[in-house]
Design a protein. Sequence first.
Length: 314
Amino acid sequence: MASSFDHPRPRAARSPQDRANLVGAAWMIAAMALFSVEDAFVKGATDTLPVGQVLILFGLGGALAFALMARLSGERLVTRDVASRPMRIRVVFEIVGRLFYVLALALIPLSAATVILQATPIVVVATAALLFREKVGWRRWIAIATGMGGVLVILRPGTEGFSMLSILAVIGMLGFAGRDLASRAAPLSLGTAVLGFYGFLAIVAAGAIFSIWDGAGLVRPGLWAWAFVAGAVASGVLAYSCLMKAMRTGDVSAVTPFRYVRLLFGLALGVGLFGETIDFWTWIGSGMILLSGLFVMWRTRPQKRMPPQPQGPA
């Protein structure tokens, strides 16, 4: 008599949605790797150029790329929806987020800025609960508190390891969170290329505002400076495109948690390219942010697949 072990059951084939989730996860990992490369290029550019000038050049390059994409896809850059209230709010938060995050990249280790940035989704969930009355249970509130506690562990206020410059990254993170929340209310008629175009124009505005405040004159970029800016633009546009592909390929709940691989890429580039060292408390804080963020994303997973609203370059 034949045993059931003689004919093992074939492994169940992956469903089309499972395959879509795998592809979406791959796109998300690629996006996070490219965003980390963009941060490294921006940090390198600020070594030889004023921060305001880096933002202006970076923003112009990205805006030009997305204007071309909009032209090729037949999207109109100037419509009534562009001037809507959510878009105006989005631009303000984009300016704040990008300006302070680039200042952080210029003045503090890349690894520290990257880690603090990972608290953005946690802040988005908490703010959505407070402003939009979205339901958040006690488990997610504990996870949110844990994630923000991780930021405090990294900053270590009141100790010798505290640096006021780290607050720049926190303000940048809050700006990006506000930008993402405003994106949720942006008109659905605005496509990826249009949102990318105005997102990068906001970066130009951030650079101009800071240049006026800082009073630093323009510097003629050298070959390396141009290479860093061009690398930042190319990696930033590719990263944004990969992010949109990821969010439109798989389930949001399956793809979004892979945003946190940016933390690994940022730490690796900080250590490998800039010779940074990661202290014990930064590792602890990183772990708190990572675990709490993954838990919040898991508890926030949607019941059915919905096309997400694009957010912006980050």
